[in-house]
Design a protein around this ligand. Structure first.
Ligand code: HPA
Length: 236
């Protein structure tokens, strides 16, 4: 038990999928896992453990944003011994070559959050995804002929920006592919504790074109993404 997780000791598998949304965690567990049991109920930030292709896997919601993700990630690693953390989320494209429904494997995550910089002065730490997990994620996407990209993303604390797309110009000009709100802190905490993490995101909207995914495409993309990330969890 931790302040934010009421799961029993040993209730989580070594590999955990991390969606932001508790209902997505429930949907992944109910749709893909065999013998899934709910292991966490605190704040309705649902967590489940079950079996996928014969191996134990967990799914734990993190809520939105880096402070929330940081709490769950810290407790999963330090109290439950989790070794592989796979963020399964959505992101907004910041590059014209990236379409809604594509999948972005986040090799690195820049951020405006102070969390990855705290305690690092005078340095600017570069939060980086695990190379082995990124490579395996790309292999799985390639085998399944899913449209994928691998590269740097932005984990932003601010969803609604008065300046709109202009706010992202320095990031776009430095090759950042997409924006979400969690990966940079996930990578920082994983590195701090010597465990592995990767963020794999479905593109839900494009900040370049204004296009947004429709409900049918969202369901298909989430299905492909969840199945891909579970395969990564058991083979990565
Ligand atoms: N901004 C931040 N996070 C996101 C977005 C976005 O446009 N789309 C999906 N997650």
């Amino acid at each position: 038990m931790t302040p934010h997780l009421n799961a029993e000791a040993g209730a989580y598998a070594e590999a955990v999928l991390l969606p932001g949304d508790p209902l997505r965690a429930k949907w992944i567990a109910e749709t893909f896992l065999t013998d899934a049991i709910q292991v966490n109920s605190v704040r309705n930030c649902l967590g489940f453990t079950g079996t996928y292709k014969g191996q134990q896997v967990s799914v734990q919601a993190t809520g939105m944003g880096q402070p929330s993700l940081g709490i769950y990630t810290h407790e999963l690693i330090t109290a439950y011994g989790v070794k592989t953390l796979i963020r399964v989320g959505t992101c907004g494209a910041l590059n014209a070559k990236i379409n809604v429904r594509d999948i972005v494997i986040a090799t690195a995550a820049s951020t405006d959050s102070s969390i990855p910089t705290q305690g690092m002065a005078p340095f600017h730490y570069a939060p980086t995804g695990d190379f082995g997990l990124a490579r395996r994620a790309a292999e799985i996407a390639e085998d399944r002929r899913l449209p994928w990209h691998a590269g740097p993303i932005l984990s932003s604390d601010v969803f609604y920006r008065p300046e709109g797309l202009d706010a992202f110009k320095p990031m776009i000009d430095h090759g950042v592919l997409a924006v979400e709100m969690e990966a940079a802190t996930l990578y920082t905490l994983a590195a701090r504790h010597g465990v592995r993490a990767i963020g794999v995101c479905g593109v839900s909207d494009s900040l370049i074109t204004g296009e947004e995914i429709d409900a049918d495409a969202r369901a298909t993309t989430l299905n492909d993404l969840a199945d891909m990330c579970l395969t990564l969890a058991v083979t990565g």
